[in-house]
Write a protein that binds this ligand. Structure first.
Ligand SMILES: *Cc1c(COP(=O)(O)O)cnc(C)c1O
Length: 385
């Protein structure tokens, strides 16, 4: 699979494996009679006598529970080089911080035309502030053609929901040559599946709501950068708009990281098993999963990813057929979002906003047994005929 840049195996910080790093990331050294992961710190103001100095001044600025999670995320996204993570209240809060804190009126931003639809919705806001927005699809590195004079390139690979993939190294090199900053939305892959900073991005950004934390019980976002100035501007943005995670969410997220490698590995295997089974069905078309050897995205994905994510997308003949299929599923519940330990699926077209066929299904496999997921899908396909 991947070579040096995106490779996510052993290496860095003692050369430990991904499971070991996931379990230990950001936990303080063992101290007698203390928990391995101290509980959430609920605080708005700290005892602060005299001149304000020290790491913890006010609850909107810093919190020790965030600090530990941020250390963990920086280790996972950038095990080989020093980096700084900043956690946010949601993926969109993290994304907005990178976009809005780094462009000014008159600048140009390049967004994917097929990325997460709320990210694309930033376009209207940006244009109202006098920022020019150019859109190009993820597939085929089409964004290469619209980089001239850009200030910021936004990449989302694999893209949600259509699972197209682009060559991050190539785009980042070209964008940097054109003077643009480069951000990659790493939500679908997780830091164990792909390391955007090693591939040349300035910002690794993600929703922690999805596969990163995996239990469908919290919202969170983060940004990881190696450049201290960029880190400071993202941190200042968080403080200014107050887009901070609650300590309980931050703590739950950190607790979830211990099983990240187990989940990512199992979900990638389950996704591949489901995609292979779907390919055998006559009524199913357009099966996409970057791990499928004959997927149009596989070659580029394999060069920069280690795990290919939990999402499989496919198309049923029409909306009614898709709705019958979703209703007939017994194990998998109909829900938006993805990356949970529970399998979920939805007809993506029900939201509008994505240019997908009416029968387009976005399916997120959980960590159930592959045989059970596949059997459930096959019985639902039979029932929907
Ligand atoms: C869900 C999602 C987001 C937004 O994350 P929230 O935590 O829901 O704000 C951003 N990017 C991608 C690719 C997503 O799937």
């Amino acid at each position: 699979m991947g070579d040096s840049g995106g490779h996510v195996g052993r290496g860095g910080r003692g050369g430990r494996g991904d499971s070991t790093r996931s379990v230990h990331a950001g936990r303080p050294p063992a101290v007698a009679y203390e928990p391995s992961l101290p509980g959430p710190v609920f605080v708005s103001h700290y005892h602060l006598p005299g001149e304000p100095a020290g790491p913890y001044l006010y609850g909107r600025d810093e919190n020790p529970t965030w600090t530990r999670l941020e250390e963990a995320l920086s280790q996972l996204e950038s095990p080989d080089a020093a980096a700084e993570a900043v956690v946010f209240s949601s993926g969109m809060a993290a994304i907005s911080s990178v976009v809005l804190a780094h462009v000014r009126s008159g600048d140009t931003v390049v967004l994917p035309s097929d990325c997460y639809q709320t990210t694309r919705a930033l376009r209207d806001r940006l244009e109202s502030y006098g920022v020019r927005v150019r859109l190009a699809p993820t597939a085929g590195e089409a964004q290469l053609d619209v980089l001239d004079g850009a200030k910021l390139l936004w990449i989302e690979t694999p893209s949600n929901p259509e699972l197209d993939v682009c060559d991050v190294r190539r785009l980042a090199e070209t964008a940097h040559a054109a003077g643009a900053l480069v951000a990659v939305d790493n939500t679908l892959a997780t830091p164990l599946g792909q390391r955007p900073l090693n591939l040349g991005a300035d910002f690794a950004v993600a929703s922690g709501t999805k596969a990163l934390t995996g239990h469908g019980d919290l919202l969170l976002g983060y940004v990881v950068v190696r450049d201290a100035e960029l880190a400071a501007s993202v941190r200042l943005w968080r403080k200014t708009v107050g887009a901070i995670p609650g300590p309980m969410e931050a703590w739950l997220a950190h607790r979830s990281l211990a099983t990240l490698q187990l989940r990512v590995e199992r979900q990638a295997a389950n996704a591949l098993a489901l995609a292979a089974a779907l390919k055998e069905r006559d009524e199913v078309s357009g099966v996409r999963h970057p791990g499928l050897p004959d997927d149009p995205a596989h070659r580029v994905a394999a060069a920069q990813m280690r795990w290919f994510g939990s999402v499989v997308s496919f198309v049923l003949p029409d909306q009614d057929h898709a709705d019958r299929f979703l209703t007939a599923l017994r194990l998998t519940s109909e829900a938006t979002s993805f990356g949970s330990v529970l399998s979920t699926a939805e007809r993506r077209g029900r939201w509008g906003g994505d240019s997908v066929p009416d029968g387009f299904i976005r399916f997120s496999v959980g960590v159930e047994d592959a045989d059970d997921i596949v059997a459930d899908v096959l019985q639902a396909l039979d029932a929907a005929k």
